[in-house]
Design a protein around this ligand. Structure first.
Ligand code: BMA
Length: 351
């Protein structure tokens, strides 16, 4: 991969040095987004008061920015955004933020290495962003004879190495673990169909090199009437990069139910075994967030809460989850990490 040893500084860092009036550069140095839980709210997960943080017309000609991934990068935050213009054809765009809330997004899509047979030729959506040993890996749903999991690597968000697609079509929601387990890379995914997929369970696969994937194991099935979990009865898919906790891995995911008015996407969480992450130790028996705010209920696709990324700070016990709302905008919700873990453990159903 054509990279330098140390990550390049991001454009915001450069702007900070200059005495210009760059709108983002004037903000305080990076701290992860946070708001305390409103006093009248007793939920384990609560919404950012100024959602959406990225609205539907973030830039001229743009009709939606949603289901997007963020990560820490030096003293600021980087994002890979699903952005749609008036052709409604999704591409991935890089963006930068000092505070994780105000984002400056590149109006041009990410260009992957030239001459690569797998270079981005078709649609690209629902990215996830995972740092492993100093390299950032983007996984996304790419169109290659139908949707499947595409991967690219970068250290500076200027040049990107396009890796082989991880799986055969059709597959979505490819989510890497942030470190090797037993010397191998692990990725969650959700085998699917070529359409809007009225089914879906979460699997995990292993790879020695991020190219050859195998040892595919079922992690969790969708719920249903027999287990009393209608909110996750139709399909499920992993969301943010799993967070390593004392008990194993906290996996935040989306659970979908079919209704007479279409699908409803909610947020759930489970705890997976640290060494064998196909073993589910706990799985929440109720959604943590379901479409209720106007921006989740109204949009290009109504009733969608689609978590794709999370920032956390162990010292302050803070978690910020980034989710797409109604296939239109980007939103943030908060939780105390320890409270969320305890909630999942106390309100768990295994099936
Ligand atoms: C899925 C994907 C997501 C989208 C969701 C709800 O199949 O297309 O990008 O958020 O449907 O429309």
């Amino acid at each position: 991969m054509k990279t330098s040893a140390a990550p390049a500084r991001n454009p915001l860092a450069k702007d900070q040095d200059a005495t210009n009036s760059h709108p983002v550069a004037r903000l305080e140095p990076a701290t992860m987004p946070w708001e305390d839980r409103p006093s009248q709210d007793h939920s384990v997960v609560w919404r950012h008061s100024l959602n959406p943080v990225i609205g539907r017309h973030h830039m001229p000609g743009v009709q939606g920015v949603y289901n997007s991934a963020v990560a820490r990068f030096g003293d600021s935050f980087v994002g890979v955004f699903r952005l749609e213009k008036r052709d409604r054809f999704p591409h991935l765009h890089v963006g930068w933020s000092r505070d994780g809330l105000a984002w400056e997004i590149d109006p041009a899509p990410i260009k992957f290495a030239k001459g690569d047979p797998n270079s981005q030729a078709d649609y690209a959506y629902d990215p996830r962003l995972c740092e492993i040993e100093g390299t950032y890996y983007i996984t996304w749903c790419g169109g290659h004879n139908g949707p499947t999991i595409s991967i690219a690597a970068t250290r500076d968000f200027k040049t990107y190495e396009r890796l082989e697609n991880a799986f055969l079509p059709f597959n979505r929601n490819g989510v890497l673990f942030p470190r090797k387990i037993g010397g191998k890379y692990f990725m969650l995914s959700r085998p699917s169909d070529d359409g809007h997929t009225p089914f879906g369970d979460i699997y995990v696969s292993q790879s020695p090199d991020l190219c050859h994937w195998g040892m595919h194991r079922l992690v969790m099935r969708r719920g249903g009437g027999e287990v009393g979990q209608w909110w996750q009865r139709t399909k499920i898919g992993a969301g943010p990069i799993p967070i390593e906790i004392e008990d194993g891995w906290l996996m935040i995911y989306h659970g979908v139910m079919d209704t007479c008015n279409g699908f409803v996407y909610s947020m759930g969480a489970a705890i997976l075994d640290r060494e064998q992450p196909w073993r589910v130790l706990y799985r929440v028996n109720q959604h943590l967030l379901t479409p209720e705010a106007d921006y989740e209920v109204f949009g290009h696709v109504p009733n969608v809460v689609f978590p794709c990324a999370a920032l956390h700070d162990r010292a302050s016990d803070r978690l910020a989850v980034y989710y797409g709302a109604a296939d239109t905008s980007c939103c943030v919700a908060y939780a105390h990490l320890s409270e969320l873990v305890e909630f999942v453990k106390k309100n768990s159903v295994l099936f």
